[in-house]
Design a protein. Structure first.
Length: 276
């Protein structure tokens, strides 16, 4: 987006602290936590023992043995419960934090003065220049926009979200997020076996997340597209737009060569796949 905007976003946060917090997270998350330096962050999966996604989240290192897990709203309790099951004789504390997030769409040096001094991290995502700011207070400036704008933004740049593209039945390989969220050089972690097994398959997962551009009649999440009588694509998120829109959805492996689909007055075209 060319216009700079400040957006209030709903997010869940968990603090992981204590002298063994780094090694604990290293054994639970798919990302290499040992390489995280202070004030840096990385995307990661938290998986169940069978390798299915519990959460896709961002790990932020705030100090040597202090971390914040930042995730879509509604998942903090589940993530805390999952991590707590492995917190046996470990010098580590897990607490849900009450924080507010504000996302500035634009270059960091253009951000409002009200954000100076707040903890922040640049969003690492293609075609998106934005910075997330964290605070325990509420910003009441009139230029703060609602999270609806963020929803349209994240769809327009192809960013998946928990509860939409990623659910409890999702395997990491289907999301296209493995390259940015999984380390294949680290040691063992919960759910690692399935990730490694699927990654080694030539055929890949049965379906794969794709980023689409569309036009024509408006569509909604859950819309299914057919090709030669077979269901090949289901939309999970759709942005608003008068002439065109963007969408995310899962395309079946058998239709990987189908890049354009027209159905009931709507046209969609795959513009990115395989890696987000």
């Amino acid at each position: 987006m060319s216009e700079s905007l400040l957006i209030a976003r709903e997010r869940d946060f968990i603090e992981i602290s204590g002298p063994e917090s780094r090694s604990f997270l290293q054994g639970q998350l798919s990302q290499d936590i040992e390489n995280l330096t202070e004030h840096s962050g990385a995307w990661s999966f938290l998986l169940d023992p069978s390798g299915l996604v519990v959460a896709w989240l961002r790990v932020i290192c705030v100090e040597e043995n202090g971390f914040i897990l930042d995730m879509d709203p509604g998942f903090a309790e589940e993530v805390k419960d999952r991590l707590s099951k492995f917190l046996i004789r470990t010098k580590c504390l897990i607490e849900i934090l009450n924080l507010n997030m504000y996302t500035f769409l634009g270059a960091r040096d253009k951000a409002p003065e009200e954000l100076d001094g707040l903890r922040s991290i640049t969003i690492d995502w293609p075609f998106l220049e934005a910075v997330d700011y964290f605070t325990s207070t509420h910003l009441t400036a009139p230029e703060v926009h609602s999270s609806d704008i963020w929803e349209q933004t994240r769809i327009s740049v192809g960013m998946p979200a928990m509860g939409h593209e990623i659910t409890a039945k999702t395997i990491p390989a289907a999301t296209g997020l493995v390259e940015r969220s999984v380390s294949f050089d680290k040691g063992c972690y919960t759910g690692q076996e399935l990730v490694a097994r699927v990654d080694s398959r030539v055929a890949g997962p049965p379906k794969h997340l794709v980023f689409l551009k569309g036009s024509g009649n408006p569509l909604s999440p859950g819309t299914v597209f057919l090709h030669e009588g077979k269901e090949i694509l289901e939309l999970t998120s759709v942005s608003e737009g008068e002439d065109e829109f963007f969408a995310l959805g899962y395309r079946h492996r058998s239709a990987e060569n189908v890049t354009e689909i027209e159905q009931n007055g709507s046209f969609v075209q795959v513009i990115r796949t395989n890696s987000f």
